[in-house]
Design a protein around this ligand. Structure first.
Ligand SMILES: Nc1nc2c(ncn2[C@@H]2O[C@H](COP(=O)(O)O[C@H]3[C@@H](O)[C@H](n4cnc5c(=O)[nH]c(N)nc54)O[C@@H]3COP(=O)(O)O)[C@@H](O)[C@H]2O)c(=O)[nH]1
Length: 950
């Protein structure tokens, strides 16, 4: 159009130009001009029209352009949408075709309009078989309804497989409207696995709950098997438990297996080739037999398996956390089969749970057993005994019968533990338990209450004589020696007897009464039995009262310390004190002083000894430091330590604290420990002892010689001093045995470089003898009894000393005459005095020993008859007490055999006859002294040490 206008304009212009040219050439051509004007007008109008048209055209073109642009945009958008739709459809199709779940679309008449191919895998139908059919086709009959609103979200429905089986599906639908119609489209997921896993989890929880609630093992295992079997069609299972020796199958828990098969398994061997289950337990690894009919391993059970239609068997051992084979979990199928992976996993789970159940049961059985039995002997404990006793009482009450309770306590059993160690003691207790059990009848019970205490309950006794007869039988059986690890041991026993209904109406009362009777038996010298009497109740009550009082005593500060001096026989001065505990008991408004022998065992029994011991240590160290501060010469402080202080407490820390607190130098503290301590946990004790020594504290071994002291432990334990027990010191001057021990201890301590102190020295004779034997220190009533701190302070201040022996004549010049005829003594005294000898005379044997202990005597002259005593016996005893002495028998007549015997035993050096010839007698006496001097010299040069067995 624009081009047209331009063309018209050009045409008009050309006309105008021609008109102008013609005008100029010919003057004027009006018509032409007019034509031109017209034309111009025309052209103008036309141009205007054209311009208007052009404008219109442009407008239209613009509109058209816009429209086409819009259309292009719309087209490309639609194309994009179509592409997207196509892709989405493609995706949807691919997704639905590849999906594991069922994709399904149903119209609002419940007609299936679409379903993906998964439906075939899940429900057995091809999609074409379902499209167009009612949705209810998939439902089991009871869930079919005419029409349903399928706004389902996570609804689980047991749908029907084409083969009629049920498949649990979970549906979730969405709704949409198309062409005015409502559709439901959604997913149906096969939740068979989930359901199975849920069932397994629930089953597992149920079994674990049963285990936790102590359900019988068989029930827990059966429930486990039921849960496992539910996971796989056709699976059957069994749990097999071995016997104690793990050689035979003892139980078969398999509710779903035929009884005949179960029974056939019981008693089958466990071994390398013993069928599937037996070899799995033996080899401790799973054994898989896909076909029992061909596997040689199952040859033994093939017949019974075939008879019961079992074909495959896989067995897994059940092994405890500690590695013990607890049983086997076996799976059976009625067809040849190998397990798949999930199945193996399932069996592993079953094995684990079965293991928990069995182990728990065994633990429980063990705990139950332990709760009712003594761990060492396996005998019933107090709890079970009380139960049995109560039953026996109930029976006896019905039939008006008697029940007897025998409380058996072994005499001095502690010595066995102390001397030979706990392992021997333990074995001995076991043997004792067995031996006593052999003495009893069926229906009687024996229990160990702990330590060396046993109780026997005789359920059927008609007279108390029957109980006495059993007590005698027990004592006789125990009196026979026991051999434990090569040690021949003898055991005595004290037995207390109580009877129902005479001594108590219930188990507790009867036990209490028998216990009291046992204490009575002990008090009456041990090794006997005693019946309960009401008076004994009082004693038992007293023991209980004392225990309660002692608990109060610590709190109320009723304990006090006494101190007993320890004296040097070299200087005569006090070189130490031993702190000894006393209990200032307040009873009925009065105070009495109780000896530690009465309350220390009770303190130990009630567990207060460690606390009390700590108090003693602190109090004694404070006192010793106070004495030093008063300006008294520092002396050693000996403090007794009980075994409990070593056992439970950190004794080293306590000692450091106490020394620190009191300011006492460690070199002044000596801790006294008893031999028995050394047998308990000795390595730990030796370590503590070394620690104490490192602190600078010294150690002494108390009551030395009373246990089964041996050289080896004296060497192992870092002690500085041995304390000779007062039982040896007591009859030292007259008892050859005690004297032997004292001499051996002194020689031994000298040899080992240990100091020695004798305790319980009460007489001059004991002191003299100890001095003669080279004992360096003594402690005893002879010098001083224990005193409270104030009196001990006075004694220390007084500087009292024991007289020294230096004033006494030497043994080389001392002779003793023992003759009940005092004239004989006097005559000899006169005769020998002239020879420069110091002559002692005694008319009685006891006086002779006393003199011998207090004096050093070289030669002894004894009459054959001394106040009814035999001179030969006297000299024989003297030989053991004073072996260095030269012993001569003075006799008028002698029975030759006795004299020969005495000479042969070395008791007599010579026999001199009465009446004697002075010169002859003097010569013989001189000879005897010469021999004494020669022997003494020889002994000094070549000491003979025979420690014997201490
Ligand atoms: N663990 C602790 N044991 C302690 C403590 N205090 C004392 N004991 C021990 O108790 C036992 C009896 O002690 P006790 O009645 O004090 O007897 C001591 C002395 O009094 C007594 N003794 C001393 N001299 C003589 C004597 O000449 N004759 C005689 N018949 N007895 C005498 O000996 C006991 C000293 O014993 P020991 O300690 O063995 O040296 C006794 O075993 C004490 O050890 C304590 O605090 N803790």
């Amino acid at each position: 159009m624009r081009d047209e206008i331009v063309r018209l304009k050009k045409m008009v212009q050309a006309l105008m130009n021609r008109a102008e040219r013609s005008t100029s050439a010919r003057g004027s051509d009006f018509s032409l001009f007019q034509t031109a004007i017209l034309l111009e007008d025309q052209v103008r109008r036309r141009t205007e029209d054209l311009e208007a048209a052009l404008r219109e055209n442009e407008k239209i073109t613009r509109v058209l352009q816009n429209t086409s642009l819009q259309m292009e945009m719309e087209i490309s958008q639609r194309r994009r949408v179509q592409d997207a739709l196509f892709q989405s459809e493609q995706r949807y199709r691919t997704a639905t075709e590849a999906a594991q779940d069922i994709f399904i679309t149903v119209d609002d008449d419940n007609v299936i309009v679409f379903v993906n191919p998964s439906v075939q895998r899940i429900l057995g139908y091809a999609p074409s078989q379902l499209i167009g059919r009612d949705f209810g086709t998939l439902m089991p009959p009871h869930l079919r309804t005419a029409k349903r609103n399928l706004s389902w979200n996570g609804v689980q429905v047991p749908c029907l497989h084409q083969d009629g089986s049920e498949v649990p599906l979970e549906f979730s639908f969405g709704e949409f409207v198309q062409n005015g119609r409502r559709y439901f489209t959604g997913i149906a997921r096969d939740i068979t696995e989930r359901k199975r896993a849920e069932a397994l989890r629930e089953g597992q929880l149920r079994v674990l709950e049963m285990i936790a609630l102590d359900a019988p093992l068989e029930e827990s295992l059966a429930s486990l098997q039921q849960c496992i079997e539910a996971q796989y069609e056709g699976m059957l299972s069994a749990v097999i438990l071995p016997d104690e020796s793990a050689r035979l199958m003892l139980y078969c828990i398999a509710p779903s297996l035929p009884a005949s098969f179960r029974e056939a398994l019981v008693g089958c061997p466990i071994g390398p080739d013993a069928g599937c289950c037996g070899s799995a337990m033996y080899r401790r690894e799973p054994v898989i037999v896909p076909d029992v009919m061909v596997d040689p391993l199952c040859a033994g059970l093939r017949g019974i398996a075939e008879a019961n239609g079992l074909r495959a068997c896989w067995s897994h051992p059940i092994i405890s956390g500690a590695g013990k084979v607890l049983g086997a979990f076996s799976v059976y199928y009625r067809h040849v089969r190998m397990p798949d992976k999930p199945e193996l996993k399932l069996i592993e789970l079953a094995v684990r749970i079965a293991g928990i159940a069995i182990e728990r049961k065994q633990d429980e059985d063990y705990i139950r057993h332990m709760a009712h039995h003594d761990a060492l002997t396996g005998l019933p404990n107090r709890l079970l005994l009380e139960d049995r006793l109560s039953q026996a009482i109930a029976r006896a009450a019905r039939y008006h019968a008697l029940v007897a309770v025998l409380f058996v306590d072994l005499d001095h059993f502690k010595h066995v533990n102390d001397s030979l160690g706990h392992h021997i003691g333990d074995k001995l207790l076991q043997a004792i338990g067995e031996r006593m059990q052999d003495c009893l009848r069926e229906g009687d019970s024996i229990a160990r209450l702990g330590g060396d205490e046993f109780v026997i309950c005789l359920a059927e006794v008609s007279r108390n004589r029957d109980a006495a007869a059993v007590a005698q039988k027990i004592q006789a059986a125990l009196a026979e020696s026991f051999t434990v690890d090569g040690n021949v041991l003898q055991v005595g026993s004290s037995i207390g007897i109580s009877l129902y209904p005479l001594d108590g109406a219930d188990a507790e009362a009867l036990l209490r009464a028998a216990d009291a009777a046992m204490y009575d038996a002990k008090a009456k010298g041990r090794g006997n039995y005693q019946f309960f009497t009401p008076a004994l109740n009082i004693a038992a009550q007293q023991r209980l009262t004392v225990s309660n009082q002692l608990r109060q005593a610590l709190v109320r500060g009723e304990f006090v310390l006494y101190y007993q001096p320890q004296v040097s026989l070299r200087s005569g001065a006090i070189v130490g004190v031993e702190a000894l505990m006393r209990w200032k008991r307040c009873q009925h408004g009065k105070h009495d002083l109780v000896s530690p022998t009465h309350f220390i065992p009770i303190l130990e029994e009630i567990g207060l000894m460690a606390e009390a011991g700590k108090w003693v240590l602190r109090e004694a160290c404070m006192q010793a430091a106070a004495w030093q501060k008063m300006g008294l010469a520092p002396i050693r402080l000996a403090v007794n330590l009980s075994a409990r202080q070593f056992a439970g407490d950190d004794i080293v820390r306590t000692v450091i604290e106490v020394l620190d607190e009191s300011g006492l130098g460690p070199e002044w503290l000596e801790l006294e420990i008893t031999e028995s301590l050394m047998f308990d946990d000795s390595e730990r004790i030796i370590h503590a002892m070394h620690e104490l020594k490192r602190l600078g504290v010294s150690l002494s071994l108390d009551d030395f010689g009373t246990g089964y002291s041996s050289l080896s432990y004296l060497r192992r334990f870092p002690v500085d001093r041995v304390k000779i027990d007062r039982s040896f010191v007591q009859d030292l001057t007259t008892n050859a045995g005690g004297a032997d021990i004292v001499r051996s201890i002194l020689a031994l301590s000298q040899k080992l470089g240990l100091a020695a102190i004798a305790e319980g020295v009460e007489t001059e004779a004991q002191l003299g003898y100890l001095r003669q034997q080279g004992c360096a220190e003594i402690q005893g009533y002879l010098f001083s009894p224990p005193f409270p701190a104030e009196e001990m302070t006075l004694l220390l201040r007084s500087d009292r000393r024991i007289p020294l022996f230096s004033h006494l004549p030497l043994p080389e010049h001392t002779l003793m005459v023992v003759d009940d005829d005092e004239q004989v003594g006097a005559a000899l005294k006169r005769l020998l005095h002239k020879e420069g000898l110091h002559v002692l005379c005694a008319s009685r044997v006891e006086d002779a020993f006393e003199l011998l202990a207090c004096n050093s005597v070289g030669v002894i002259l004894a009459d054959l008859d001394i106040s009814g005593d035999s001179g030969i016996d006297f000299l024989a005893r003297t030989k053991r007490l004073h072996p260095d002495s030269i012993r001569i028998l003075l006799t008028g007549e002698a029975e030759i055999a006795a004299v020969v015997n005495a000479i042969n035993k070395g008791a007599i050096y010579k026999i001199l006859v009465k009446p004697w010839v002075d010169q002859f007698l003097v010569e013989n006496i001189r000879e005897a002294f010469a021999l004494y001097a020669a022997l003494k010299e020889a002994f000094v040069l070549h000491p003979v040490t025979d420690y014997g067995s201490l």
